[in-house]
Design a protein around this ligand. Structure first.
Ligand code: HEM
Length: 123
């Protein structure tokens, strides 16, 4: 499926922003995940995630942050691994379900995110 269609099917910019904010509430409620984000400016992090997800879902490419391997290298040194990556994917899947996203579209999104696993985990 065309990823541009995926962005439109998700509902465009407003839907992506709503999804990211909900997603972060879940991440911060998970005791395995929250420590990675403590001491961070969460507002800035949310803005980066909005830009990234917009790109990942096939919207206008406005992501200008560091590449995913570089951005997560220090976290990998601190123990970031598949357990955390899977937990993040669960948070995202729950968010999309709660927003009423079609299960087929949700699975497309998760496949796109899973394609970043090797870079995020530095392998
Ligand atoms: C699932 C796929 C993931 C994607 C697509 C992703 C995406 C991103 C992006 C785009 C940034 C900002 C990069 C920048 O501009 O500097 C970032 C930073 C960050 N990510 Fe992820 N991430 C993922 C997984 C994770 C996981 C599993 C964790 C921890 C549980 C995590 C924790 C962080 C933290 C703490 C930062 C800020 C790092 C810093 O500023 O030093 N990410 N991520």
């Amino acid at each position: 499926m065309n990823v541009v269609n995926l962005y439109e099917r998700l509902g465009g910019e407003a839907a992506v922003e709503a999804a990211v904010v909900r997603f972060y509430d879940k991440v911060m409620a998970d005791p395995d995940l929250a420590p990675f984000f403590e001491h961070m400016d969460l507002g800035a992090q949310i803005n980066k995630q909005i830009a990234f997800m917009t790109m990942a879902f096939g919207g206008p490419n406005r992501y200008t942050g560091r590449d995913l391997r570089t951005a997560h290298a220090k976290l990998v040194q601190r123990g970031l691994g598949d357990l955390h990556f899977d937990a993040i994917c669960r948070c995202l899947a729950e968010t999309l379900d709660e927003l009423g996203v079609d299960p087929g579209v949700r699975d497309d999104v998760l496949r796109i995110v899973d394609a970043t696993r090797g870079d995020v985990l530095g392998r």
